[in-house]
Write a protein that binds this ligand. Sequence first.
Ligand SMILES: Cc1ncc(COP(=O)(O)O)c(C=O)c1O
Length: 223
Amino acid sequence: EPIQGEGGIRVIPNEDLRRIRNLCDEKGILLVLDEVQTGVGRTGKLFAHELAGITPDIMAIAKALGGGFPVGACLATEDAARGMTAGTHGSTFGGNPLAMAVANAVMDLALDENFLPHVNMLGLKLRQKLAMLADRYPRIIEGVRGEGLMLGLKCRVTNTDLVAALREEKMLTVGAGDNVVRLLPPLVIEESHLDEAMEKLDAACGKLDATLDKDAKAAGAPS
Ligand SMILES: Cc1ncc(COP(=O)(O)O)c(C=O)c1O
């Protein structure tokens, strides 16, 4: 994964991805990227590997490809695909017309000239707002990481506590490795939704912050 999702929104440095690409080329190894979570606009590029200026030989994509509908795809360069020609691999629902029509419609939207600029602009705005939140609640949030609308809050409290506090505010997020809370809003999100999310984040962090004071008092520490 060019940016690890479940692993905790860990961005693989561009230089490292380029080194891996070069190493694969040198040794004649195929480079396979999992862009199931990062692909189709999530990071502000159509594919996250573009951020590093590399191209994989094989790539898996899914999630955003269906815009909610279950569909995935395995893409390969012509050279890498030599080992799997038409008819050599079957799948019960593979290539079914409904899923293909949905993915086709989603790709029309994702390739619209305004789509990726929208993701980038809102991703930047959300990141700025989250950085301000981290400044306001340094005991709750250590930092913000990610690209585009694939953002993570590295927590100082246990990440599942923040996920639970946000759920109380009626906002759904998901935890990830490295004590991170993931924010993966729909790519068509509008700025008013970001403001609504920030209100909920502020309320959840405020409540957790107050709990820390209460716990410290109970333990007899000076406040
Ligand atoms: C990066 C990545 N790869 C693969 C998968 C698994 O995809 P699927 O559930 O379509 O098998 C996920 C699911 O979250 C994922 O995040």
